[in-house]
Design a protein around this ligand. Structure first.
Ligand SMILES: C[S@@+](CC[C@H](N)C(=O)[O-])C[C@H]1O[C@@H](n2cnc3c(N)ncnc32)[C@H](O)[C@@H]1O
Length: 157
C-alpha cells in the first residue's frame, strides 16, 4: 500500500513546511508516502464559499484513480487514539488497498461531491484546526502509527 496525502494550497510558513518535511522523510522508512499539494485557486476572492469548495472538490476528485480509497480529514469524523489509528492503518494494509488517499480540505472544508465519494472521515479533534496545521498533525500521527506497529520506542502509552 502507498499513502497519498492531498492538501489545498502551499504552506505559507517555512517553519511549518520544515516540520512537515521531517515527518515526511521519516515516513518513507515505513511506507511509500506522497504529499500532493493542489495549488490555491487563482481567483478565489471572486468566488463564494460554496463555489470555492466546489472548484477545490473538482480538483481533488480529479486526482483520484478508481481503485483509490478516499478518506477525508474532517472534525466531524471518527476519532481514534494513536494506537487505534495504527490499527486502522494495519487493517488498510491488510485489505490489499493500493493507494490510501487522505485529504485535507481547503479553508471552507469539502464540497458535497467530495463527501459523496469518500469511504470514511477521520477527526483529529473536535476542535477545528487551520488547513495548514492539520498537515503537520496528520504526518506526525502517521509516523507515530507506524512506529507503534513496529514496536519502536517513539510512542509512550
Ligand atoms: C479550516 S478547516 C475547514 C473547516 C470547515 N468549517 C469545515 O466544516 O470543514 C480546513 C480543513 O482542515 C481539516 N481539519 C480541520 N480541523 C480538523 C480536525 N479537528 N480533524 C480533522 N481535520 C481537520 C479538514 O480537512 C478541513 O476541511
Amino acid at each position: 500500500m502507498q499513502i497519498t496525502l492531498i492538501a489545498i494550497g502551499k504552506t505559507d510558513s517555512v517553519d511549518l513546511e520544515q516540520l512537515i518535511s521531517i515527518y515526511e522523510k521519516r515516513l518513507q522508512h515505513y511506507i511509500k508516502f506522497h504529499f500532493h499539494i493542489i495549488s490555491d485557486l487563482k481567483n478565489s476572492k471572486n468566488l463564494s464559499e460554496a463555489q470555492q469548495k466546489e472548484k477545490e472538490g473538482e480538483l481533488i476528485l480529479g486526482q483520484l484513480q478508481p481503485s483509490d480509497v478516499l478518506i477525508l480529514l474532517d472534525e466531524r469524523g471518527k476519532q481514534y487514539t494513536s494506537v487505534e489509528f495504527s490499527q486502522f492503518l494495519q487493517k488498510k494494509m491488510n485489505s490489499g488497498i493500493k493507494n490510501l488517499v487522505l485529504v485535507i480540505g481547503g479553508p471552507y472544508g469539502f464540497s458535497d461531491a467530495v463527501y459523496a465519494q469518500a469511504q470514511g472521515k477521520i477527526s483529529l479533534s473536535k476542535m477545528t484546526f487551520s488547513h495548514q496545521m492539520v498537515r503537520l498533525f496528520l504526518v506526525e500521527q502517521l509516523y507515530r502509527g507506524f512506529t507503534i506497529l513496529r514496536n519502536e520506542p517513539y510512542h509512550h502509552q
